[in-house]
Design a protein around this ligand. Structure first.
Ligand code: ZN
Length: 382
């Protein structure tokens, strides 16, 4: 492994703050950083301070008129519905342009380090996978992943596998590369029939040259670690091995965890851990450009902090204690501690759900069969 893991972080990232009652709270980044630091993990990484992405970089993906619209918004009174700005999901705030462009900068700076030889990076602020070419969407103003991957492809044409296990469909990233086979996108998420953004169905497999290179595995509400691991083994691993990407990108949104307030999946740390370990071994044996991990959703802030810290420990081959340190929890507010975990890993592997487990498993069985029928022939898989 060449060099230390790159970890972009600065308190200026916390300026990306919608209204105070908005579910996306930047404390999640601060708490992740502090917990990872307290457990000694940040001594093993190379911290970099993210810059604000240049307009010319944003234009690799976003339209000039949309960028102008974000620039023209200065405070919470700004509404521009054409561009998704000033809505309930994406209320405008002071200096929104700088804050959103710094989020892109964090991921782009990590990609630049990887182009210089860094083997892996974890960008906890990244993963704004809903932002569209000309519209803010789902708490995402600019799409750090789309911009950064387009930058990379311009500098170094290569094959990229993007795997996203956020509870919500990765619509913005999928759309950015829908006609491309240079980026194979795989999104496993709660079905769009019951959750924003209402897309991500099995039949969305790409267009033109990119047919077979957009992969979607929707799960019923209640889908848990067993389902996640099954998707890993039956879809992600075979596609990884046949596609042989130069770079792995993972979007590690943890709003599919059972403690998360926004979605209705029931993943536990055990399912996530199986995925992260597998991504680590596959990327280290196959990806010459390495592994870029980005954050994503997650709205129970202590839960986000401990899961992303756990993921970082796995990326670094370090151990974490059984319990979240008491002084860390004590420093959190009462609101943050409500319904928060106290251990680094979940005690249970599976969670009781309203929809019977057999129904969820049977639905996935059908979904997997259909995904394989539609996508596998493009990859020489039976
Ligand atoms: Zn999400």
């Amino acid at each position: 492994m060449k060099g230390k893991l790159v970890y972009p972080y600065t308190e200026a990232l916390l300026n990306y703050q919608f209204s105070r009652d908005h579910p996306l709270k930047q404390e999640r980044l601060k708490l992740t950083y502090e917990l990872s630091k307290e457990l000694g993990l940040l001594k093993k990484v190379r911290e970099i301070s993210p810059t604000i992405a240049a307009r010319s970089d944003l234009e690799l993906f976003h339209t000039p008129d949309f960028i102008d619209a974000v620039m023209a918004c200065h405070d919470e009174t700004c509404v521009d519905i054409r561009y998704g700005l000033g809505t309930t999901d994406n209320p405008v705030f002071a200096n929104v342009y700088d804050a959103a462009a710094r989020y892109v900068g964090a991921t782009l700076d990590a990609v630049k380090e990887m182009l210089k030889g860094a083997t892996n990076a974890f960008v906890i602020s990244g993963g704004l996978h809903h932002a569209q070419r000309s519209q803010a969407s789902g708490f995402c103003i600019f799409n750090d992943v789309a911009v950064s991957l387009l930058y990379l492809l311009k500098k170094k044409p290569c094959k990229i596998l993007y795997f996203d296990f956020d509870a919500h469909h990765a619509d913005g990233v999928q759309n950015a590369f829908y006609r491309s086979k240079q980026v194979l996108t795989i999104s496993v998420h709660q079905t769009g029939k019951t959750l924003f953004p209402g897309t991500g169905f099995v039949h969305e497999t790409g267009a033109g040259e990119g047919v077979g290179y957009s992969v979607n595995v929707p799960l019923l509400p209640g889908g848990g670690s067993a389902e996640l691991v099954r998707v890993l083994e039956e879809i992600v691993v075979p596609l990884f091995e046949s596609y042989k990407p130069n770079l792995l990108v993972t979007q590690l949104g943890v709003d599919g965890h059972y403690l998360d307030p926004l979605a209705h999946l029931s993943y536990t740390s055990h399912g996530y851990e199986a995925v992260i370990r597998k991504m680590k071994s596959l990327s280290s044996s196959m990806c010459d450009l390495g592994w870029l991990a980005v954050g994503g959703g997650g709205y129970n802030v202590i839960n986000v902090a401990r899961l992303w810290t756990l993921f970082l420990s796995i990326m670094l081959d370090e151990k974490v204690p059984v319990n979240i340190p008491e002084d860390f929890l004590q420093a959190c507010t009462d609101d943050e501690r409500a319904n928060a975990p106290t251990t680094m890993r979940d005690e249970q592997e599976a969670i009781h759900t309203e929809i019977p487990r057999e129904t969820i498993a049977l639905d996935l069985e059908r979904t997997l069969r259909r995904v394989k029928e539609l996508v596998f022939p493009y990859h020489g898989l039976a």
